[in-house]
Design a protein around this ligand. Structure first.
Ligand code: ZN
Length: 254
């Protein structure tokens, strides 16, 4: 869909390059371009600043229009308002797309899931109007939406969610210990956290119960960083920020 616009941008950039370069071969190209009659020539005759301005304008308007179209879609456009409304760090949330260490297939599946564009039973039943039951195929009780699959399925909760949770915590623990200067394995995914790590005044605890005066049921944060010198405790836990989990966590803690 953006082919035409991308073409315009590329042509403008190319013309600008040809107009500016003083290399003999580029000069030949320039002379040739001026001697033939082509659409490219029309653009080339414009002053450079105007070409630059146009290019920028085209680029900005492509990005703006794409964003508008995306956010205007009822199904696919749910992510931006969600990130915005729920006090989520947008910059951090998109950082994984910038680092470029994810396989193309993984990236496209994740983006598709974020855009609600995965063929769930809910999608087949409600959007495609197929004669498919909209309930979850693992346990036919809840509607099979992306939200349900990523954080609300009681069948997946027993093993898959737990595994994901533990891996995220292990990664966090690994990074913190490494930053504290504690010796760690080469790869984070081979890291099997021990209950206690110590480095000078800092102690990193893994999955330890905290004793409190008043009884607290959820008293086992995954990571505790104790700093004796600064007299601080940092308690960390990990959860998928779906409304359901946030409410549960609050209830458990209160
Ligand atoms: Zn389910």
């Amino acid at each position: 869909m953006q082919l035409e616009a991308a073409y315009a941008v590329e042509i403008s950039k190319l013309v600008e390059y040809v107009d500016r370069k003083e290399e003999p071969l580029i000069q030949v190209v320039r002379t040739h371009q001026y001697n033939i009659d082509s659409a490219v020539l029309q653009i080339a005759r414009r002053p450079t600043t105007e070409v630059q301005r146009e290019t920028r304008k085209i680029k900005d308007s492509i990005a703006e229009k794409t964003k508008e179209r995306w956010q205007g879609k009822k199904m696919h456009g749910q992510l931006p308002p969600n990130l915005h409304e729920k006090l989520v760090d947008t910059e951090q949330s998109y950082r994984w797309l910038k680092s470029g260490d994810v396989k193309g297939e993984t990236e496209s599946t994740t983006v598709a899931a974020q855009d609600q564009a995965i063929s769930t039973n809910y999608f087949k039943n409600n959007i495609l109007n197929e004669e498919t039951e909209s309930k979850c195929r693992l346990y036919k009780q809840h509607v099979e939406t992306i939200d349900h699959l990523t954080s609300g399925c009681p069948v997946l909760a027993k093993k898959e969610y737990l595994m994901r949770h533990d891996k995220v915590c292990a990664h966090l623990h690994y990074s913190i210990c490494k930053a504290l200067g504690i010796e760690m394995t080469d790869k984070w995914y081979t890291h099997m956290p021990k209950r206690v790590y110590e480095k000078e005044d800092v102690t990193a605890l893994w999955n330890q119960a905290v004793h409190t005066d008043k009884e607290v049921t959820a008293n086992r944060p995954y990571i505790i960083i104790k700093n004796q010198k600064e007299k601080t405790y940092i308690l960390m836990d990990v959860a998928i920020p779906a409304d359901r989990n946030v409410v549960q966590k609050k209830r458990k803690r209160s």
